[in-house]
Structures are given as C-alpha cells and as structure tokens.
Design a protein around this ligand. Structure first.
Ligand code: DQA
Length: 142
C-alpha cells in the first residue's frame, strides 16, 4: 500500500508560523510522526507552495499507482477548483486534514473546494489528524 502525504502552502513553516494555532512542531516532526505510524505502508511526502505543483503531484500519483492521499491543501482548500478537479479526475481515495479547527476560524476558511472529492475530513486534531487519516486509509484500502 502506497500513500502520498500531500501538503500545501506554508506547511513547511510549521513550528515557525503562528504557533498558537499550528503548534511548535515542525514539518520534519510531522514526517517523523507519520513514519512512526506507517507500519509497512509505503509513504511519500510532498509539500509545495504552488498550486500547479500540487495538481501535477496528484496526476503523477495517479500514473504511479498511489493508493491513497492524505491531503492538507492549506490555503488552497478555500480557493482551488484546479485541485478539486485533479482529485475528481484521478479518483484517488483522499482524506482532507487541517491542523486547526477551520470551522471555528475566519469566514473565508469555511469553504472547502476539495471536500467533495474527499472521503473524510479531519480538523482541529493538530498533527495527530494526519495519523488518524492514515489509520482511516489503511482500513479503507485493505
Ligand atoms: C490549514 C487551515 C487553512 O485555513 C490555512 O490556510 C492553512 C492551514 C490547517 O491545517 O489548519 O494554511 O489547512
């Protein structure tokens, strides 16, 4: 089983960016946490600050035979039809993750374009949300 952990803009700044919202752990800590919980699942990480790179990666995942995606599109959640269309085109089982509880934040964070192409959404669980998404996909894909 191969799972892509895909992160959008500013997730590389974890630990530095707004620690009151996103915590003090870094992107490296996030990668280590996921690898500790992988248990035989092959994990690929990709983070980009560029919308088109995320679209390219979703398409590449399809052609490579990736089984599932754990995806925090970050700010592109709220703006990107292109990313939604890539998920719809490839139909790769995807779980949407947000570190913060987006539903309790700004009005402009209440729209998620990607949600309709995702099996499940996890918000407000910090970095553990990614592990919860991994557990869900392991069960879903087996
Ligand atoms: C986020 C929430 C988004 O609204 C924000 O733009 C992010 C991170 C989260 O993980 O809580 O960059 O996706």
């Amino acid at each position: 089983m191969k799972i892509l952990v895909l992160n959008g803009p500013n997730i590389n700044m974890l630990g530095i960016r707004e620690p009151n919202i996103y915590g003090r752990e870094t992107y490296k800590d996030l990668q280590n946490l996921i690898l500790e919980n992988a248990q035989g699942v092959e994990i690929e990480f990709f983070q980009s600050n560029h919308e088109g790179d995320l679209v390219d990666k979703i398409q590449e995942a399809f052609f490579k035979g990736i089984d599932g995606i754990i995806f925090n599109p970050a700010a592109y959640t709220h703006t990107s039809i292109a990313i939604l269309d890539a998920l719809k085109a490839t139909k790769i089982p995807c779980v949407e993750v947000h570190i913060s509880k987006v539903e309790e934040r700004d009005a402009f964070r209440q729209i998620s374009y990607v949600r309709e192409a995702c099996l499940k959404t996890i918000t407000g669980e910090g970095l553990s949300g990614y592990v919860m998404a991994l557990e869900f996909l392991k069960e879903y894909l087996k």
